[in-house]
Unconditional design. Structure first.
Length: 439
């Protein structure tokens, strides 16, 4: 798909857009109530006259730069991250240009508030902080009518859709339609960091119910308060959504986000060669993790094939990272069989080994090696002596001082990557890893 310049949303472009472009079709009060056309007090005298805005705004013009300073001042006076998130989302609903201008100019400061880790808490409380619907909700009750439903989405052109069914949101589990905060947040990053026009993006939540009793009994829950639908009905709905999207927006990139393990791998396998798609938890996380590992190997002065990795957590993120490590090792001359032996997993039952083969999920089987069973991460680290430890378990604090000390005893420069989010679920902090390994 083609990425087009984000003209109205780039810092400093607002006044040029108003003067040189054809005025938007809405006029007067309607302009100020539409987040796509509202620039707040940045409308100059000429624009106010032409667009019927005289008297509807305070007399003084306030540049976009001044408005950004005002909003940043408000944000800096807020201590609670969730309150910052709500403030920013409210701004996005009032003045989209100002919102993206602030994010683009302050991406490192703002990213933790519009996405992880704050978005995790926002999803947990999504119905309770709900302000205005964003994105497209497609429920099991819409089965057979998805094409008609998709006609309600106003965009004639769409480049990227991020889809979730809410079953495995970050490290928080089944949040159902409360998981809509993830596609919304991820697509804000597509705009802020990749320049994709926000009107060319589409957040989607597929609602097939939730298995969380707390959500089913939550009076503010935004989805169907029933247990999840699975099997043929689930597959038929997902297929209807994917097919309808590709028909209406040919070539659209469809990103699967935070699907449960039972569906994530098979949906990726089914659609990866049919439409433009990827799974962020399997492939996106893996690419970033491998980049970090390659950087660590470069610092160590070794080669990737010299390293042995032990993963805590054997879900889609962990096996996705391992698959990409294997691909890179093969690229460097190893056989696939030997490369897989460089990756070991500890799940909730202990070390993943061949003696457990009949009870393993299919994505773990390639990493079930011949070895006696080991019940704990500590014993696995002592026995296998890995050079790299990767945390994708959502078990906060699992990489304790004893574990990290053992990694340091085994290696002069251990690679430690605690990747679980939100922050409360991280296996250790960077500060702890630096301190316990003495840098």
């Amino acid at each position: 798909f083609a990425v087009k310049p984000l003209q109205p949303f780039l810092p400093g472009a607002v006044n040029r857009h108003m003067v040189t472009n054809t005025p938007p079709s809405p006029k007067g009060y309607d302009i100020l109530r539409d987040p796509e056309t509202n620039y707040g007090m940045a409308f100059d005298a000429e624009s106010r006259q032409a667009l019927g805005l005289r008297g509807l705004l305070p007399p003084r013009m306030c540049t976009m730069t001044d408005q950004k300073r005002r909003i940043l001042g408000q944000l800096h006076r807020i201590d609670n991250p969730l309150d910052k998130y709500m403030n920013l989302m409210a701004l996005q609903e009032r003045n989209q240009t100002l919102f993206y201008s602030i994010i683009i100019d302050n991406v490192y400061e703002m990213m933790p508030f519009i996405y992880t880790p704050t978005v995790g808490e926002a999803c947990q409380k999504y119905g309770h902080i709900f302000q205005r619907p964003r994105g497209l909700y497609i429920s099991i009750e819409d089965a057979g009518e998805v094409r008609e439903l998709l006609k309600n989405w106003p965009a004639e052109e769409c480049h990227v859709a991020v889809i979730t069914d809410g079953e495995r949101i970050l490290g928080l589990g089944d949040l159902g339609t409360y998981g809509m905060g993830i596609p919304v947040g991820k697509l804000n990053l597509y705009t802020a960091c990749a320049g994709i026009h926000p009107q060319k993006t589409l957040p989607i939540c597929i609602d097939v119910g939730t298995n969380s009793p707390d959500l089913i009994n939550d009076p503010f829950y935004t989805g169907i308060p029933k247990p999840r639908v699975r099997g043929e009905k689930y597959d038929a709905l997902v297929d209807e959504v994917i097919t309808a999207l590709d028909e209406k927006y040919p070539g659209i990139l469809i990103q699967f986000e935070d699907f449960g393990n039972t569906n994530a791998f098979r949906l990726l396998d089914k659609y990866r060669h049919e439409v433009c798609t990827f799974n962020d938890d399997i492939q996106g996380t893996a690419s970033v993790a491998l980049a970090g590992i390659m950087g660590a190997v470069k610092v160590k002065g070794t080669q990737l094939k010299d390293e042995t990795f032990l993963f805590l957590g054997a879900g889609e993120a962990g096996t996705g990272i391992a698959d990409l490590i294997v691909d890179q090792m093969v690229e460097e001359g190893m056989s696939e069989q030997d490369a897989r032996k460089k990756c070991w997993f500890v799940d909730s039952k202990g070390l993943v080994v061949k003696s457990r083969l009949d009870k393993l999920q299919h994505h773990k089987i390639p990493y079930a090696h011949d070895h006696p069973e080991i019940g704990s991460l500590k014993d696995a680290v002592e026995t296998l002596k890995p050079t790299g430890l990767v945390g994708v378990s959502t078990q906060g604090g699992a990489f304790n001082k004893q574990i990290v000390d053992q990694m340091s005893a085994n290696n002069e420069r251990p690679i430690i990557m605690a990747l679980s989010n939100p922050t409360s679920c991280a296996e250790c902090t960077a500060e702890e890893a630096f301190a316990w390994t003495e840098g």
